[in-house]
Write a protein that binds this ligand. Structure first.
Ligand code: GDP
Ligand code: GDP
Length: 455
């Protein structure tokens, strides 16, 4: 009703709420230099080329939001991922495996001018095993004369090759239509599958912060549950541990226990593993070594958890070895470097001595509760009305944008859609988020907020 008064129609709002929900993920995989990055840029409609001819260019951000034919989805570009870590074949396979696992649909890019190689065949095997919808992109078909090259790729046995020139845009529209047809409307609910089953925790952090020590401590002191728990599909890489009278699933612990000693590329694999663990988890416990300065790697791992939309607990480990001077600097570093995640519950622990182990479960429970908090629309709008009255948006260009009303579109993590009469500045959005937290909690959870402006 409020919405109607303000001149929005129901359909518009529904569309907005659907768009605010989690988006399905499209992974673009294939050998180096087949044109994955070029294709991703094409999908995103970018003019500027982010493509570099030099292989092995690492980029931090590999997930983008895209839209085609009115549908929004995420695109994971594996094109910039590091090559040559374990030899091309192994690294392509590893990349593809992680990307496919996290995806709702896959575009498999093959260079049609080269034809199918052994590496391509290896990726096909992975794709078959994963059972995700796949669209085969026969790239570098720049003109009609090259269409025959594309036809050869029927031989890969994964369906119709779509002839495309990512460089010139030829055929990409038809291919994207096929992608949308194959891709589910909403992402697979990896963490909603078993209601009442054990909650899923990812134990993450840079190498040597004490992940395996903590896992051993937790598993060693408490009873390790060996049997299947009803209603769960349990990966052999996950571990069930009973803590505080409840069973918890620690995901991807094989990666923690099996210490891989790779000289080169260890960080790279560690970050892939972190991404894969986050994908399966509901809550991330990020370990920080209190005796080392907080590093870019620490903050990046925290950002990965926040970007993945997971609940977050920060565990400051090795507290037994902390001296007074370092403690002083630590507190300042936390204020400076982790100010963005002040909302995350904090525990000061020692995996070695067992200090404050009992505080971990309550912190995780707090974070999960914040992650699942739902604010009724009435309460939310009462709050927004007061906020707008007491703290109006600054006047810009003679106009004053106003929040008209808002609604919570979803949880895990909480997602809000605000409808406004004009563009809301980033500073004001942050202010609204801060006040939302003060009012309703959300401890331990990122908050998503999107703003829809009435034209
Ligand atoms: P990636 O390693 O798979 O991400 O490949 P890139 O997107 O970086 O492309 C590798 C090279 O192939 C670059 O020099 C691109 O300009 C080129 N390329 C990409 N798509 C096409 C295409 O459709 N036609 C032609 N002729 N070249 C392309
Ligand atoms: P991971 O790489 O994150 O799994 O880290 P590990 O669990 O292998 O720990 C790395 C090193 O830190 C090992 O030498 C551990 O003994 C040490 N360590 C782990 N937790 C603690 C702790 O709470 N206090 C101290 N003093 N050392 C710890």
């Amino acid at each position: 009703e409020l919405a109607a008064e303000e001149g929005f129609d129901a359909e518009e709002i529904e569309g907005e709420l659907a768009a605010a929900g989690p988006l399905p993920v499209l992974a673009v995989v294939g050998r180096p230099n087949v044109g994955k990055s070029t294709l991703v840029n094409r999908i995103l409609g970018r003019r500027e080329a982010v493509v570099e001819d030099r292989p092995g260019v690492t980029r931090d951000r590999v997930t983008y939001e895209a839209e085609w034919a009115g549908r929004r989805f995420k695109v994971v570009d594996t094109g910039g991922w590091e090559q040559d870590v374990l030899g091309i074949d192994a690294s392509v396979a590893a990349q593809a495996e992680f990307a496919i696992e996290a995806a709702d649909a896959v575009v498999f890019v093959v260079d049609a001018t080269v034809g199918a190689t052994d590496t391509d065949e290896a990726v096909v095997k992975l794709l078959r095993r994963a059972g995700k919808p796949v669209v085969l992109c026969a790239n570098k078909v720049d003109g009609p004369s090259a269409e025959a090259d594309a036809a050869y790729l029927w031989g890969l046995g994964i369906g119709e090759p779509h002839p495309v020139s990512a460089l010139h845009g030829r055929g990409t529209g038809d291919m994207l239509d096929a992608v949308l047809e194959a891709m589910p409307e909403a992402p697979a609910e990896t963490f909603g599958a078993a209601p009442g089953g054990p909650r899923r925790i990812a134990l993450i952090g840079r190498p040597n912060v004490g992940k395996s020590s903590l896992l051993n401590k937790l598993a060693g002191e408490e009873r390790v549950v060996v049997n299947e728990v009803a209603g769960t599909t349990r990966d052999p890489v996950d571990e069930l541990i009973e803590l505080g009278g409840k069973t918890w699933m620690f995901v991807d612990t094989a990666g923690i226990r099996r210490r891989v000693h790779l000289q080169e590329g260890a960080d790279y694999y560690a970050s892939l593993r972190t991404a894969a663990a986050l994908e399966k988890a509901e809550v991330a416990v990020v370990l920080i070594d209190v005796n080392e300065p907080i590093s870019v790697q620490d903050t990046r791992i925290i950002s990965m958890a926040v970007d993945a939309g997971r609940a977050l607990v920060i565990a400051y480990n090795k507290w037994d070895a902390l001296d007074e001077e370092r403690r002083f600097y630590l507190e300042r570093e936390i204020e400076r470097d982790l100010v963005q995640v002040q909302w995350a519950p904090r525990v000061n622990i020692s995996a070695r001595t067992g200090r404050h182990m009992e505080k971990l479960v309550p912190a995780v429970e707090t974070a999960l509760a914040g992650w699942e908090t739902r604010v009724p629309t009435g309460r939310l709008n009462a709050f927004l009305g007061e906020l707008v009255a007491s703290h109006p948006h600054p006047v810009r260009g003679g106009k004053q944008p106003r929040i008209l009303f808002g609604t919570q579109a979803g949880t895990r993590p909480p997602r809000f859609v605000l409808f406004a009469s004009g563009f809301l500045e980033a500073g004001y959005r942050r202010f609204v988020e801060r006040r939302l937290r003060e009012e309703f909690g959300f401890a331990g959870s990122p908050i998503h907020m999107s703003v829809r402006v009435r034209e």
